[in-house]
Design a protein around this ligand. Structure first.
Ligand SMILES: [Fe+2]
Ligand SMILES: [Fe+2]
Length: 134
């Protein structure tokens, strides 16, 4: 079963941005499926490593775009990105000794954050600056 499901609430109101967020969610689901089909700590470590990389790469792209365009709300936006990355680090620490991932808890935390961030920070950002180049 997929870890995360796209929700209408995630929409930032711009198709290209939503598309990119959907791709991020798809990637997280794919990583989670891969992990679920394997067992043990190496698979979990790889999952968290790749999850962290996928999310931080998306954030880095947005932050570079905001810096280049001298976006006034860069600091607040970046702060919210850091908040999620910190949460993921906490979850990684929590599960460091365990041989399984509390998938429901991870999903809940990611969904809460995506739900709030996409429709507020990202919607504002892309309304002002449009869509960033890749
Ligand atoms: Fe985003
Ligand atoms: Fe963002």
């Amino acid at each position: 079963m997929a870890l995360l499901q796209w929700k209408d609430q995630y929409s930032a109101g711009i198709e290209a941005v939503d598309h990119e967020h959907r791709e991020l969610i798809d990637l997280i689901n794919k990583l989670h499926d891969e992990m679920s089909s394997q067992a043990g700590k190496p698979a979990i470590d790889a999952f968290f490593g790749d999850l962290f990389k996928a999310i931080s790469t998306h954030f880095a792209l947005e932050e570079r775009f905001m810096r280049e365009r001298k976006y006034g709300e860069l600091a607040q936006h970046k702060h919210d990105h850091e908040r999620l990355l910190d949460e993921i680090r906490d979850i990684m620490d929590d599960f460091a000794e365990h041989e399984e991932v509390a998938a429901a808890e991870l999903a809940t935390r990611l969904e809460l954050w995506f739900g709030r961030h996409f429709e507020t920070h990202d919607a504002r950002l892309h309304k002002v600056l449009g869509v960033h180049p890749h």
